[in-house]
Design a protein around this ligand. Structure first.
Ligand code: FES
Length: 166
């Protein structure tokens, strides 16, 4: 597991102070989950338990919300998130084949992160760029009219960049 996603005591202290502030709000749950995702990079069961206790909710409820929304993750995300849109317009234009290729290239399934903690592969819903279907995204950048070749190229670039950083 990469060090970026560790639950450190500093992060816990910061999170607890955020919870305190959120408790003042009429609906503290969603802001608290967003804070958890932002601070830790994911929301593991240990953090879900803290939230449940602080907000007087059941762990089952917290877990249900965390797993329902794709913005939240229960496993650590990689340094880069590669999203493939599987919305209707992209799907009919072959985004599933792109996803299959990326899964094969990276050796992981959608929703998983590579062992080195660098890349998380995600299936996304429509991201509002249907005119460019099929699309995939890396962080906030959208790649339209995607193809298997383009997807492989991006992976190559990310890997090369990772190599440069290390
Ligand atoms: S369906 Fe993929 S961007 Fe809309």
């Amino acid at each position: 597991m990469n060090t970026r996603s560790r639950i450190t005591s500093e992060k816990l202290a910061l999170f607890e102070s955020q919870i305190k502030k959120n408790k003042e709000l009429p609906g503290p749950l969603m802001p608290t989950l967003h804070d958890a995702q932002h601070i830790f990079g994911y929301i593991p069961i240990s953090v879900q338990k803290i939230i449940a206790k602080e907000l007087n909710e059941s762990v089952a409820k917290i877990n249900g919300v965390v797993t329902f929304y794709s913005n939240f993750s229960i496993t650590p995300k990689g340094r880069r998130t590669l999203g493939v849109c599987l919305g209707t317009a992209c799907y009919v234009r072959g985004s599933q084949t792109i996803m299959d290729t990326l899964e094969e290239e990276l050796g992981i399934k959608a929703g998983e992160t590579t062992k080195d903690g660098e890349i998380t592969l995600e299936a996304t819903r429509c991201i509002g760029a249907c005119g460019l279907a099929p699309v995939f995204s890396v962080a906030d950048k959208i790649y339209g009219n995607a193809s298997i070749t383009k997807a492989k190229q991006i992976i190559k670039e990310i890997k090369a960049e990772t190599h440069e950083i290390k």
